[in-house]
Design a protein around this ligand. Structure first.
Ligand code: BTN
Length: 254
């Protein structure tokens, strides 16, 4: 990993094994641009207190220290900027990625990556897990990897370079111009737009149609009674998932 070509401003710390790259970076009070990459995580963290399976030698697990300059009221769009960046990087490698609010990265309708942002004061740690060469996902029927979709193994350093290059561009765009362009680009990858979904809102399962993403990064819904509502966190499940998944291949044609 030493010879990686990374955007100027990113400083790599590589570890063979860590509990969690997010946890490691949160404990450092790191400057913007410090990048922690681990070959294996023993306690990889997912959203909503879940764990992130992080076996050695197969995938990418990394965390990037950010010092966002935009006002805190729009920080809810930062995970979306990271998602769009990761998706841009995968598209540059010939994949057809999709994004599921708030931070799932999908290929061929299945989850190939996830994003976990954690803030401590003025510092934000953006953690990304990307399934690259893993082929089996015991107990996770909705998981996939770049190698499963492409049909052969990929170079993890090359994937990391492509993803970080694009992610850093999107972060600079977000810092320089605010979230507007990011929200526009999100639409290009969005799997939920106009879909019928189910989502828990304050412990109540509701069915609704996705109307889009609001300026602050929340999910804008219309429920069966025509009421508009905004959801700030949660997991949306698409109704009629099977027919949607069957139409997706995850790779560019030709
Ligand atoms: C999710 O989809 O639930 C988010 C998963 C985020 C996993 C990554 S792996 C690198 C970084 N370190 C962690 O402990 N978690 C994130």
């Amino acid at each position: 990993m030493e010879d990686l070509c990374l955007p100027p401003g990113i400083k790599l710390q590589w570890h063979r094994q860590l509990d969690s790259t997010n946890q490691h970076l949160l404990g450092q009070d790191a400057a913007q641009g410090v990048l922690v990459v681990a070959d294996e995580q023993l306690a990889g963290r997912g959203r909503m207190q879940r764990t992130w399976q992080s076996p050695a030698g197969l995938n990418l697990y990394f965390s990037l220290a950010l010092r966002p300059n935009q006002p805190a009221r729009v920080w809810g769009t930062l995970p979306l900027a990271v998602g769009v960046g990761v998706a841009d990087g995968l598209a540059a490698l010939g994949f057809v990625p999709q994004l599921k609010w708030p931070n799932d990265i999908l290929l061929a309708g299945k989850k190939t990556g996830g994003i976990l942002l954690e803030a401590r004061g003025a510092a934000v740690v953006a953690g990304v897990g990307l399934n690259v060469n893993q082929l089996d996902f015991p107990g996770l029927p909705q998981a996939t990897s770049l190698a499963v979709v492409q049909g052969n193994a990929l170079s993890r350093p090359k994937v990391l370079e492509a993803v970080l290059d694009a992610l850093w561009r999107r972060y600079e765009q977000w810092c320089g111009c605010g979230p507007h362009e990011i929200l526009q680009s999100w639409l290009h990858y969005d799997v939920l737009q106009d879909k019928e979904i189910e989502i828990f809102v304050q412990d109540r399962l509701i069915s609704a149609t996705v109307m889009g993403i609001a300026w602050d990064g929340s999910l804008r819904l219309r429920d069966a009674g025509g009421q508009e509502l905004f959801v700030h966190s949660g997991d949306a499940s698409i109704k009629d998932l099977d027919s949607w998944q069957n139409g997706e291949t995850g790779r560019k044609k030709g």
